[in-house]
Design a protein around this ligand. Structure first.
Ligand code: GDP
Ligand code: K
Ligand code: MG
Length: 300
């Protein structure tokens, strides 16, 4: 380098795997900030969400993906698989997340897709905090390393921050030279409106046991700052009348709790006082309607 200026590095990392292995939790813990919603239910993440981490000369864009899943064939499910597929291309590193010893046909499907990846793959064996006998992991890692063509295998716990620094180093080692694409304080490529809608969706997903399937979407109708107050109005779309009743709850108790939880997270994220209003509306068929999906922001 003739100019003598420091060389910066910049690259993309896709976080892939089947639903519920802990991809979004991993992203949030690497960033040290919650930008991708999580829950114990599959299909919590519906869009690719980019989390940006800049440290000194190195900027890394982590793409969190909806879990690759088999089976359901509604438009919304096809959309999610497409998003995950797209993310695997044109990245510098893929982090393939699996859950301890568990290997399902959905993991197998992800592994098959990854055969065609042109970048190095790091296999992250997550949730090792749940493995009592750590020794028992070694033969398992050995089996995985023979079965899969991966550059590295690393056991970790996203939730408990075990081995995350090691994972980060493995990623950093593989980041190409390049100019940074985002200002150093930017943490996501997603808009504030998107983040607000996601927070509401997370609280609903968490509040509602298994009563409400994946048939709910959130649309931000109002997003307006007045002095120190941010007014947010969110419309929750469900497929059926019964789902609306469940969501609102007895005397509106449930929707109230959802609103309280969501507002707390929003105040943390936006660092402002929030006035949050929620409405619920029945709109049948949206989850299998390509046009409705696009209008809800599920674009490619
Ligand atoms: P995703 O669908 O792959 O994005 O998975 P999530 O990040 O939403 O996590 C699914 C569930 O696994 C949530 O209940 C998380 O709290 C949990 N989870 C994620 N990482 C870990 C981990 O390292 N240890 C344990 N015990 N649970 C985890
Ligand atoms: K999940
Ligand atoms: Mg997720």
């Amino acid at each position: 380098d003739h100019s003598g200026s420091p060389t910066t590095r910049c690259g993309y990392v896709a976080i892939v795997g089947r639903p519920n292995v802990g991809k979004s939790t991993l992203l949030n813990h690497i960033l040290g900030q919650k930008i991708s919603i999580t829950s114990r239910k599959p299909q919590t993440t519906r869009n690719n969400v980019v989390g940006i981490k800049t440290e000194g000369d190195i900027q890394i864009m982590f793409v969190d993906t909806p879990g690759m899943h088999l089976g359901q064939q509604k438009a919304i499910n096809r959309y999610m698989n497409r998003a995950a597929n797209t993310a695997m291309k044109d990245v510098d590193v893929v982090v393939f997340v699996v859950d301890r010893f568990i290997w399902t046909e959905e993991d197998e499907a992800v592994a098959e897709k990854l055969q065609y990846a042109s970048c190095p793959i790091i296999l992250a064996v997550n949730k090792v905090d749940q493995v009592e006998d750590k020794e028992s992991l070694l033969p398992h890692l050995e089996v995985l390393s023979k079965k899969l063509n991966v550059a590295e295998i690393i056991p970790l716990s996203a939730l408990r921050n075990v081995n995350l620094d090691r994972l980060e180093q493995l990623i950093i080692d593989r980041m190409p030279e390049g100019m940074h694409m985002y200002p150093e304080d930017q943490i996501t490529d997603r808009s504030s409106r998107f983040m607000a809608a996601e927070i509401v969706r997370e609280k609903i997903t968490r509040q509602l046991g298994d009563e409400l399937p994946y048939e709910m979407a959130v649309e931000i109708e109002e997003f307006k700052q007045e002095g120190n107050l941010l007014n947010i109005g969110a419309l929750i779309l469900v497929e059926r009348e019964g789902q609306k009743r469940i969501l609102i709850g007895d005397k509106g108790e449930r929707i109230k709790l959802i609103g309280i939880d969501a507002r707390k997270d929003m105040e943390k994220l936006f660092d402002m006082k929030i006035m949050l209003k929620l409405w619920v509306k029945v709109k049948s068929g949206w989850s299998d309607d390509e046009r409705a999906l696009r209008s809800l922001g599920y674009n490619d």
